[in-house]
Design a protein around this ligand. Structure first.
Ligand code: KG4
Ligand code: ZN
Length: 519
């Protein structure tokens, strides 16, 4: 019997019912605290399915990240199973993700055939494994992904993307300077690099001033701003490098991950320039770009290396065995480190984006004034979690008077920064040692954090590692790092790249998404 379930926002009062369903459904249930935290989460998707006679019958928790949405927890009370509650919850989530143009990711136990069948029905396909993800049994998690607009129940192939083509031929083939373009988020950037990787120009047009009034990046506004500026930014980069478009040896461009509308602008610009001048195109994964910032700073850092990539959208530890093979060692389970800084700054009433302001204020405070939790401190896994520290800040400030908040702002900022940086540094050094790495690198906007820079050098060197902290300009989003990654990556000859599409969710290790059927 299928009963209609209405889907509505989860509220604080629903926590006991939700917790009961969770405990009936999973051997390793989430705690009450975790659910209570979710109710306060700004980015959380939290809905319950209910009908009048039975009350809450199931729930779905997700997160709306900038690059992709994450289905974190879905459970239905045993009495209500196979009656459409799960379908109603998934339908609402994926329909909204489609509207937002976000793919959806989730982890599932490979033995949970019923759950996998449900997700497959909704257009998810298996895209990878997370080793020993489930700490109770040591089981691997199957990672499933649903592309934007994937078919729903009853329909066919959701159209998974195939492997990238091309060899690692960039450096040998390049006959002139490389133009690189980056537009994955809110910075329009173009750079020119010599075939040897010298940065001849690196022009970045930040959109911070545009998005400030909204307190976050508005994707449609970002896309439009890229359209308006990109041509001028490219011209300026060529002019500063003293190069004309006819001198170029190739064009590199970020094809993902990022905001799809923003990526499109860079990809179309790069294709047009490359096609008009019959040049090869170098598709670049934005994350490979961040990793290449370390190469720009130090070509000779001994490999293998472990690099911490920490930005507003990502917080990962990546094993770099050579400049074309990358392994994801661990990542944040919830918020990115930059997000934690930005949200902390917002709670403290600082500007946007607040990471830098919080850092500045923290320099004047006492990092031992307040004890914030350092998440996953004792876990051996190289993963991060920053939602707890943010919640702790929320409660700390809530319980302070306005005068106290003003008087202690620097101490609060210093203590908050201490907890985040301590997690980043200790996990990074531990992962580098565990991997037998010779170098430790850092990249992404959060690498601008002054305490992180100091402490990573201090602790990394004490552990016998060669530590590379790139200059600020290569840490935040910029096209020079995209060009540097391209010089080691694959290229597509003229005019084969016209069907290269950007991908909001391009995974680490992939340079582009071309259909399998492509020659
Ligand atoms: O790499 P990025 O420019 O853009 C993304 O790809 O996200 O990183 C921006 C992030 C923002 O969250 C910003 O607040 C953070 O980097 N950030 C900082 C600092 N400067 C920038 N976080 C902490 N301390 C800083 N000094
Ligand atoms: Zn970035």
């Amino acid at each position: 019997m299928r009963v209609n379930f209405a889907v509505r926002q989860m509220q604080f009062k629903d926590v006991p019912a939700v917790l009961a369903i969770e405990r009936q459904s999973f051997g390793m249930p989430w705690t009450r605290q975790m659910f209570e935290d979710e109710v306060h989460q700004v980015l959380a998707w939290r809905q319950v399915a209910q009908n009048d006679s039975e009350g809450v019958a199931g729930f779905l928790l997700g997160r709306e990240y900038p690059d992709a949405w994450h289905l974190m927890d879905l459970a239905v009370a045993p009495r209500a199973r196979r009656r459409g509650a799960a379908d109603s919850l998934v339908a609402a989530f994926v329909a909204t993700a489609d509207q937002a143009e976000r793919p959806v990711f989730l982890e599932v136990r490979p033995k949970n055939a019923e759950a996998m069948a449900l997700y497959e029905k909704w257009g998810f396909t298996a895209v990878g494994l997370r080793k020993r993800y489930y700490t109770d049994t040591g089981e691997d998690a199957l990672v499933m992904m649903r592309p934007v607009g994937a078919a729903g129940p009853g329909a066919g192939d959701p159209g998974a993307a195939g492997a990238a083509r091309g060899g690692i031929d960039g450096r040998r083939r390049l006959r002139g300077p490389l133009l690189a373009i980056e537009s994955s988020c809110d910075d329009s950037s173009a750079a020119v690099l010599s075939p040897d990787g010298d940065v001849l120009s690196n022009v970045v047009h930040s959109q911070d001033a545009i998005h400030e009034r909204y307190g976050g990046v508005v994707p449609e506004v970002a896309s439009r701003a890229h359209v308006e500026r990109m041509t001028a930014v490219v011209r300026e980069a060529l002019a500063q490098a003293g190069a004309g478009a006819t001198d170029l040896g190739g064009v590199a461009v970020t094809v993902g991950p990022g905001l799809i509308g923003a990526l499109l602008v860079g990809v179309q610009t790069a294709k047009a320039i490359a096609w008009a001048h019959r040049l090869p195109l170098f598709p670049v994964n934005h994350l490979h770009g961040h990793l290449a910032a370390v190469w720009l700073a130090d070509h000779d850092a001994p490999l293998p290396m472990v690099t911490l990539v920490a930005s507003g959208g990502h917080t990962s530890l990546v094993g770099v065995d050579d400049w074309t093979s990358f392994r994801l060692l661990g990542q944040t389970l919830d918020d990115a480190a930059g997000e934690a800084f930005d949200k902390g700054a917002r709670l403290l009433g600082l500007g946007y984006p607040g990471g830098r302001e919080l850092d500045r204020l923290a320099e004047e405070g006492d990092p031992k004034a307040f004890a914030f939790p350092v998440a996953l401190k004792r876990s051996p896994r190289p993963d991060f979690s920053f939602s707890g520290v943010k919640t702790a800040l929320f409660y700390l400030l809530r319980d302070m008077s306005a005068e106290e908040r003003a008087a202690r702002a620097a101490d609060v900022a210093a203590s908050y920064r201490e907890a985040i940086v301590e997690a980043l540094v200790s996990k990074s050094v531990k992962a580098a040692k565990a991997e037998g790495a010779r170098s430790l690198g850092v990249a992404g906007g959060v690498a601008a954090n002054s305490l992180l820079r100091r402490r990573l050098v201090e602790r990394g060197e004490a552990a016998g590692l060669h530590v590379v902290v790139p200059p600020f300009a290569y840490c935040t989003d910029n096209a020079a790092m995209i060009g540097a990654a391209a010089l080691a990556g694959p290229s597509l000859p003229y005019p084969d790249y016209l069907d290269v599409d950007p991908s909001a969710s391009l995974p680490l290790g992939r340079w582009s998404t071309l259909p399998d059927s492509h020659p």
